[in-house]
Design a protein around this ligand. Structure first.
Ligand code: NAD
Length: 416
């Protein structure tokens, strides 16, 4: 059966890009250029596994558009990585960079593998093999990778080391999300959650909700969800619900977030400690002021959007709300802060890391946080203003704002 959830992520992204370009008054040739990445490299990486066998892993690097500047975006290690997904994710990165006003276009990479089933040695060989395979296409002034699903600062360190050996000079600006000692930035690890917190506070202001005392549900307790729970708890909010892939916890008076943080494992699992669990589906429709999906895609769909009780949905995850659900929520007056805006904190601090690497001068965490806040508050205001002025939902407004810079740059360069 073809449902909205089954339509591939690239087709959905192209649909909204086309709408945004129409609002920007662009002709068909601009859509023709921007509907797909400008470059896509497919690589096959042979690895000698610990048991003596050889496995060949398939990987990709997609560069959506480099009219504004070098492309930027993470590398994910996941069995379901596909060409379509990597292409769409590189387009989302273009939009995120555009919204935040960063001098980048969007990029994304991935390798089809399951890192949970690989040894440290195999992971290191794969990380280094991937860099060798894509080395002609990437670099500090060309395309700058970063962590994504199931990749971390150790993997970034191996990749940076491999690139530096190929180029024969130290190249910290080749990749972001590195350990501090190798040129990482203060505040990078919690940057996505801090960004979500900043835009959530702006959205709450618009809706007349005080964050202190407000009731918030967070779906997902991994990197994004757990740091977010901490920030919101520290801000005096009642985090009434959290979840992971095993189930959900809900308490109308607020959960004990410090306790849950102390007991979560490296994969963001904590609810297995409690026998009385709700399902993730039940959690999403519990009473709250603000709902933050921070787990996986396609969680708010046409089947539950009518029952969501939150007044604001802030999308920390990529693609958690389908297009039909977006319309249902919008018609019901629920404010959606879309993923390309809400989760942009990670790429903004990645940009700060790259700037610091280029300068060879490093900033304290407070400076990183202040700069992040300035950028995201301005981005939120711009998207809200566009939504109101052009009478469109916040998601389309975000795409209009994000694509505007690329369109301008493409025109100045005379490409279209
Ligand atoms: P993570 O792997 O650290 O955590 C994911 C969490 O979601 C875990 O708690 C896991 O148990 C839970 N989960 C997995 N499957 C689930 C399911 N079927 N139902 C409910 N919960 C489930 O991932 P993360 O880095 O926190 O990323 C979460 C989301 O935020 C993803 O959509 C990611 O693309 C997006 N995002 C993350 C970052 C970042 O810097 N971490 C940046 C931008 C966007």
């Amino acid at each position: 059966m073809i449902t909205e959830e089954n339509i591939d992520v690239l087709t959905r992204t192209q649909h909204i890009v086309r709408q945004a370009l129409d609002h920007l008054g662009c002709d068909a040739s601009m859509y023709e250029l921007l509907k797909e990445p400008m470059r896509l490299l497919t690589v096959r990486i042979p690895i000698k596994m610990d048991d003596g066998s050889v496995r060949v892993f398939k990987g990709f690097r997609s560069q959506h558009n480099d009219a504004v500047g070098p492309t930027k975006g993470g590398v994910r290690f996941h069995p379901q990585v596909s060409e379509e997904e990597v292409k769409a994710l590189s387009m989302w990165m273009s939009i995120k960079c555009g919204i935040a006003g960063l001098p980048y276009g969007g990029g994304k990479g991935g390798i089809q593998c399951d890192p949970r089933l690989m040894s440290t040695r195999e992971l290191e060989l794969l990380s280094r093999g991937y860099v060798r395979a894509i080395s002609q296409l990437v670099g500090p002034a060309k395309d700058i990778p970063a962590p994504d699903v199931f990749t971390n600062s150790q993997i970034m360190a191996w990749m940076m080391d491999e690139y530096s050996q190929i180029r024969e000079f130290d190249s910290p600006g080749f990749i972001t999300g590195k350990p501090l000692v190798l040129g990482g930035s203060q505040g990078r690890e919690s940057s996505t959650a801090l960004g979500v917190t900043i835009v959530l506070k702006e959205a709450a202001k618009v809706r007349g909700i005080a964050v202190a005392g407000s009731r918030i549900i967070i779906q997902g307790f991994g990197n994004a969800g757990s740091f977010l729970a901490k920030f919101l708890h520290d801000a005096g909010a009642k985090v009434v619900g959290i979840s992971d892939s095993f189930g959900a916890l809900y308490h109308s008076e607020g959960l004990d977030i410090p306790y849950l943080l102390a007991h979560k494992d490296a994969y963001g699992t904590v609810t297995n400690l409690f026998p009385d669990r709700l399902t993730n589906e039940q959690l999403l429709i519990q009473d709250c002021d603000i709902l933050v999906p921070a787990a996986i895609e396609n969680q708010i769909t046409e089947s539950n959007a009518g029952r969501i009780r939150a007044k604001i949905v802030v999308e920390a995850a990529n693609g958690p709300t389908t297009q039909l659900a977006t319309q249902i929520l919008d018609n019901r007056g629920v404010m959606i802060v879309p993923d390309v805006l809400a989760s942009a904190g990670g790429v903004v601090v990645s940009y700060f890391e790259w700037v610091q690497n280029n300068q060879g001068y490093y900033w304290p965490e407070t400076e990183v946080q202040e700069k992040l806040e300035k950028i995201l508050v301005a981005a939120f205001c711009k998207v809200l203003h566009t939504a109101r002025n052009q009478n469109v939902d916040m998601r389309l407004a975000a795409y209009i704002v994000g694509l505007q810079r690329i369109v301008e740059a493409v025109k100045w360069r005379g490409w279209v």
